[in-house]
Design a protein around this ligand. Structure first.
Ligand SMILES: Nc1nc2c(ncn2[C@@H]2O[C@H](COP(=O)(O)OP(=O)(O)O)[C@@H](O)[C@H]2O)c(=O)[nH]1
Ligand SMILES: [Mg+2]
Length: 278
């Protein structure tokens, strides 16, 4: 039974037992919104009339959304540079490929930069995607400076009048200082040529509450302009992304729903919020 149905049934019965509220709460906890937001939802539900419960819950969750734009940069007179950041395994490289594929389908020219030079497999993985999509990728030697890959890539992108440069970055579990140093250098080098327009942070829906700490670390280090929530095709509901958006006002821009190139879509709040309470 969906949570909404369960709630309406409980509220219609006139008196909802503490046990039933606990079960509803436990059910809500699996959305990964976090305990604090779940309790706000419960408070709202407790005071709602049965027929208004769904609307009341949807309304409170919607009020947590950021009012910032969810579109990505689209400058027509220069390269739009997009950095993709996040910890290892969240889906950075896959999301870069998916985004590139979507942009190409929209008629944009796209160049990739494999700035995760710490793992040979990362460059190979991006190269394989690029070949499949039919676009080029700038790579560097294993363990070479990621900033030098970024430098070559932005040079090439500006010379060739490319519309989008997408930069895949390394995701080692950094200390805050290393993160600053490494990403900061990549950004500075690019910005000698052309502005960095977007820094998209990947949040893995299966990460749970730890996603908050990840987000805060990256947001402190660099100017994150949007979130991509990956792995929403699994059992995780990904409420963590809404919790991050509420806390930081960084908007969710895309969702990933699988491993294929076509599995990336612009974030649509209404079905996402509905799915949190299913
Ligand atoms: N099911 C699912 N798997 C994904 C999604 N995005 C990425 N992955 C998988 O997650 C794993 C790690 O992805 P990868 O892009 O290499 O992560 P990175 O280390 O951050 O670059 C790979 O097996 C991807 O196929 C998604 O939206 N759904
Ligand atoms: Mg990667």
């Amino acid at each position: 039974m969906s949570l909404f149905k369960r709630l309406v049934t409980a509220l219609r019965s006139g008196s909802v037992s503490a046990d039933e509220w606990n079960q509803i709460r436990a059910n809500l906890i699996t959305s990964d919104l976090g305990v604090k937001l779940v309790d706000e939802v419960i408070e709202k539900a407790k005071s709602a009339k049965p027929d208004d419960a769904k609307a009341a819950i949807t309304q409170i969750a919607s009020s947590w959304l950021s009012s910032k734009s969810r579109n990505i940069s689209k400058k027509s007179d220069r390269v739009n540079t997009v950095l993709v950041v996040g910890i290892n395994g969240t889906g950075k490289t896959t999301s870069v490929a998916k985004l590139a594929n979507n942009l190409k389908d929209d008629g944009e020219t796209v160049l990739l930069a494999a700035a995760d030079t710490f793992r040979a497999a990362a460059t190979d993985q991006l190269q394989t995607w690029a070949t499949r999509i039919g676009i080029q990728v700038v790579t560097g030697e294993i363990n070479s400076d990621p900033a030098s890959v970024a430098f070559s890539a932005i040079s090439k992108a500006t010379e060739s009048n490319i519309n989008y440069l997408l930069v895949d970055t390394a995701g080692r579990l950094h200390t805050k200082k290393n993160l600053m140093d490494e990403l900061g250098k990549v950004i500075r080098v690019i910005e000698k040529h052309s502005p960095v327009d977007e820094i998209l942070l990947i949040i893995d829906a299966t990460t749970g509450q730890n996603g908050i700490n990840q987000a805060l670390t990256f947001i402190e280090a660099v100017n994150i302009t949007g979130l991509i929530v990956t792995k929403l095709d699994g059992s995780a509901k990904g409420g963590i992304a809404l919790a991050i958006e509420k806390l930081t006002s960084v908007p969710i821009k895309f969702i990933g729903t699988g491993e294929a190139l076509s599995d990336l879509a612009p974030f649509d709040p209404a079905p996402y919020i509905a799915s949190l309470f299913e």
